[in-house]
Design a protein around this ligand. Structure first.
Ligand code: PMP
Length: 438
């Protein structure tokens, strides 16, 4: 039995050796020492059901035996060579991705993180179009490198004082005032129409300078924002008319999370470039950007990644894709997600004073707390997170004001897990309601 130093000493060491930018959830965070499918365990042996999955990473569960067996076998056989030597897992994975990616997206460049995949996609768009600038959306999160931070539309993640200036942000197709708009198929909300007008205006003014627009099909960190169905079709039409590429950042939404293999499928469009990371490796670092033969041809100067697509990551990703397919995790995400969303909507009806909205697709769901008083909402969200944790459930939070509870569990989550989480959330919301009567 290993000895654990415990949460307090870990916090002390983080303070001593990390940069002060490093944050953690919870006033009393547990030390996590072990994971098994939908559960993680702390140093005391306490079990938590993981409803955040390391921000959408462990789609197939923690330490999934079938997948880790493959990773370990590869670790013990051939761990690393760099991409200049020929190895099979990497080409097998590229071929496999070409099968699951939508449309003609069948060229893949492998790298190691979501930031790196987006940086690569932005470079590819510049090489292909010969243009320098970008359009992005308020509330989007795309990474930590200079360029990906420059296209990130969340002020708290824009640390660099010297961001690339050639980025124009358009508003999100989302407005709290329109939360309960009942839309027919293809109908756009006023917010979506305003967003498209802003896009049109940017393209008219400087479309000849713009290489690409980058968006998350459904925003994750921005607070689980789902555009109306027809929105991206209109976006794509406008971009096509100006020779501007559409990059979809599927780092969070990819590989079944939203109840479709890729988030773009909800909107019936195929972007020019898709970026992916997180769930692809199920916890092992791997990322990629994919595009068509024609666009990919623009990236012809030598470029290589030391670790990108290394045998261990590639074999793991292949095992992840096998598992997702065999266990029908995309359909399961849609089914479980539907049930969870209905249960959360019921809680909204029971606690209307605190719960302003429930939204999302598949197992990428958000519950907004106190939309009209987000500062207090964020404080309540922290309180809810802490109490859920004490009751053995880890959930997440996001949103521009950090007042949205995030439910993004492993896709293998069971009906029972969902039911017990909802029961506990019900109790926590009831207590919060009682202790916050004004
Ligand atoms: N894009 C999205 C949509 C993300 O959610 C994230 C990380 N949360 C990133 C990009 C950056 O990925 P990474 O941390 O792997 O660089």
């Amino acid at each position: 039995q290993p000895t654990y130093i415990g949460p307090e000493q870990i916090i002390d060491k983080r303070k001593a050796y990390f940069y002060p930018c490093t944050q953690h959830f919870y006033q009393k965070p547990p030390q996590l020492v072990r994971g098994s499918m939908q559960y993680v365990f702390d140093e005391q042996g306490k079990r938590y059901t993981d409803f955040f999955a390391g921000v959408s990473v462990v789609a197939c569960g923690h330490c999934n035996e079938e997948i880790t067996r493959e990773s370990v076998r590869q670790l013990q056989t051939l761990q690393h060579t760099t991409t200049i030597y020929l190895t099979q897992p990497m080409v097998d994975l590229a071929e496999r991705l070409a099968e699951v990616l939508p449309g003609d997206l069948r060229r893949t460049f492998f790298c190691n993180s979501g930031s790196e995949a987006n940086e690569g996609a932005l470079l590819l768009a510049r090489m292909y179009t010969g243009k320098s600038d970008f359009i992005s959306m308020e509330g989007g999160l795309h990474g930590r490198t200079n360029l990906t931070m420059s296209v990130t539309g969340i002020p708290m993640w824009q640390t660099d004082p010297y961001l690339y200036p050639g980025v124009t942000f358009i508003p999100r197709p989302f407005d709290h005032k329109e939360l309960h708009a009942q839309l027919s198929e293809n109908e756009l909300t006023p917010a979506a129409r305003r967003s498209l007008e802003a896009l049109q205006a940017v393209l008219d003014a400087k479309g000849d300078k713009i290489a690409a627009m980058i968006v998350e099909p459904i925003q994750g960190n921005g607070g689980i924002i789902v555009p109306p169905k027809g929105y991206y079709r209109e976006v794509k039409k406008l971009l096509d008319a100006h020779g501007v590429l559409l990059i979809m950042d599927e780092v969070q939404t990819g590989f079944g999370r939203t109840g479709q293999m890729f988030g773009c499928e909800h909107f019936g469009i195929v972007p020019d470039i898709i970026t992916m990371a997180k769930a692809l490796g199920g916890g092992v670092p791997i990322a990629a950007f994919a595009s068509t033969d024609t666009i990919a041809a623009a990236l012809s100067k030598p470029s290589a990644s030391t670790f990108g697509g290394n045998p261990v990551s590639a074999v793991t990703a292949l095992a992840v894709l096998d598992y997702i397919e065999r266990e029908r995790l995309v359909q399961r995400a849609a089914e479980r997600g539907g049930a969870l969303k209905s249960a959360l909507l019921e809680l909204q009806q029971r606690y209307p004073a605190h719960v302003s909205d429930v939204r999302g697709e598949g197992l990428m769901l958000g519950m907004e707390i106190l939309a009209d008083n987000p500062t207090r909402g964020a404080a309540l969200v922290d309180q809810i997170l802490e109490q859920m944790k004490d009751n053995g459930i880890l959930i997440g939070k996001n949103g521009l004001n950090r007042n949205v509870l995030a439910f993004q569990p492993p896709l293998i989550i069971t009906e029972d897990d969902v039911q017990s989480m909802v029961n506990i959330l019900d109790q926590v919301l009831a207590q919060i309601g009682e202790s916050n009567v004004s």
